[in-house]
Design a protein around this ligand. Structure first.
Ligand code: LCS
Length: 407
């Protein structure tokens, strides 16, 4: 077997990317902690700036450690190439500013990570770029929102924090029909569970702060382009905005990515068991987890994902106060935003991650006051279940509420 053509995701994450250290044979990529790279001569410097010599110039423009990570993730997503960014938001703002012009319009998923929509609604408007944020889990709502000047579909699936899915193949078709780019935020799945380029995406992006790094110790992002033209456009914008990646940050993510498949497998198994337990719990009003056969998008999950992932959202009977009480009472799960780490994290989007949306927009997107978001980690299932059990036991009972169900 050719080492570079493995079939299994758990093999790919360990071996993807260039040889770690052709110089000394190190099995870990060295950290090139240098801001600038010397030229042997003025001619060589000029040739590098002219693109005739492929050597490095300056770390904002490129760095060997960052390059190794970019090649690794580009391979995992099946893209032409990738660009490491200083955060997930740097990837998102670069994609929006790099691919849209004044007078363009973007259609996006209503329940995206709050600041993504906030950036478009508060800042892109100043540059004459308009946006419509619609429930993209209903494909008709995308069609209805398309305008003659629509140049991008921005899809987050599964969406943060509703865990609703959008049909990527249908989006690929619509984008082609109307001459728009399909940009997919693949943060919640990671490339081991979902590869949007296969369904017609033009750009895939991640907050690598989450699953790709996986250890809650780095903030980072990445942009993966389908082809050379889009890659060049994104690269030009990124180098000017300056939200590029630091080599030490890149090295940490490279280390994290090697265990991605193992971490996702364990967390996903925990999530499936927790969702099945939560849905039966008398204090839970609803559970959103596409791994449950009762989830309305279970079939879509099977079509476009290799597994449902490890993000769950659920409603606690009793609304805002009951949800807040739950997150205050957990002892093992960590009360913190972010997701995709080894440890289970719990948060309340209506008062935390999604407060930048006005209440009406938030509720319309399904981000209700009772919603608690759980990023399930790699602990033992029984410990997580017992922790939630003791927390829910402290939530006051609500009489006469409907029984729990899927959402
Ligand atoms: N995309 C998604 C789906 C996210 O969940 C986040 C951050 C971002 C992009 C932005 O990435 P960053 O710049 O933070 O690396 N999500 C967070 C969350 O749900 N809680 O805290 C951060």
């Amino acid at each position: 077997m050719d080492k570079k053509q493995p079939k299994r995701e758990e093999t790919k994450v360990i071996h993807a990317g260039p040889d770690p250290d052709p110089l000394y044979g190190g099995v870990s990529t060295p950290i090139y902690q240098s801001s600038t790279f010397s030229f042997r001569s003025g001619d060589q410097g000029a040739a590098r700036f002219a693109g005739e010599d492929s050597g490095f110039i300056y770390t904002r423009l490129g760095n060997p450690t960052t390059r190794a990570l970019e090649q690794c993730v580009a391979e995992l997503e099946g893209g032409y190439d990738a660009l490491g960014t200083s955060s997930g938001m740097a990837a998102i703002s670069t994609a929006l500013l790099g691919c849209l012009d004044r007078g363009d319009h973007v259609v996006g998923t209503d329940a995206v990570y709050g600041p993504t929509r906030g950036f478009a609604e508060k800042h892109l408007t100043r540059f004459g770029i308009e946006s419509s944020w619609v429930p993209t889990e209903r494909i008709e709502s995308i069609r209805e929102a398309i305008r003659p000047n629509t140049r991008m579909l921005f899809i987050e699936t599964p969406a943060n924090p509703t865990i609703k899915l959008t049909d990527l193949e249908a989006c690929g078709r619509i984008a082609k029909e109307c001459g728009a780019l399909l940009v997919v935020d693949n943060t919640f799945s990671s490339p081991v569970l979902q590869k949007p380029l296969r369904f017609g995406a033009d750009v895939v992006l991640h907050s690598m702060t989450k699953y790709l790094n996986g250890h809650s110790d780095v903030v980072a992002g990445i942009l993966i382009a389908r082809d050379q033209e889009i890659h060049a456009r994104l690269q030009a914008m990124l180098q000017n905005l300056g939200g590029t990646m630091d080599p030490h940050q890149a090295w940490l993510v490279l280390r994290g990515v090697r265990s991605l498949a193992l971490r996702v497998e364990k967390a996903q198994e925990n999530a499936g068991r927790l969702a099945a337990w939560l849905v039966e719990h008398p204090k839970i009003a609803w559970v959103s987890y596409p791994g449950m056969p009762s989830h309305p998008q279970h079939e879509l999950m099977k079509k476009q994902m290799a597994g449902p992932g490890a993000m769950i959202s659920f409603g606690v009977r009793g609304g805002y106060e009951a949800a807040k009480r739950t997150i205050d009472e957990v002892r093992l799960a960590v009360l913190a935003v972010s997701l995709g780490g080894l440890e289970t994290l719990i948060e309340h989007p209506a008062s935390m991650t999604h407060t930048c949306l006005p209440r009406a927009e938030r509720e319309e997107a399904g981000i209700t006051d009772d919603l608690v978001r759980l990023s399930v980690g790699c602990e033992g299932f029984e410990d997580l279940r017992d922790d939630l059990e003791q927390a829910l036991a402290k939530v006051p009972e609500v009489s006469g509420s409907p029984t729990a169900g899927g959402r």
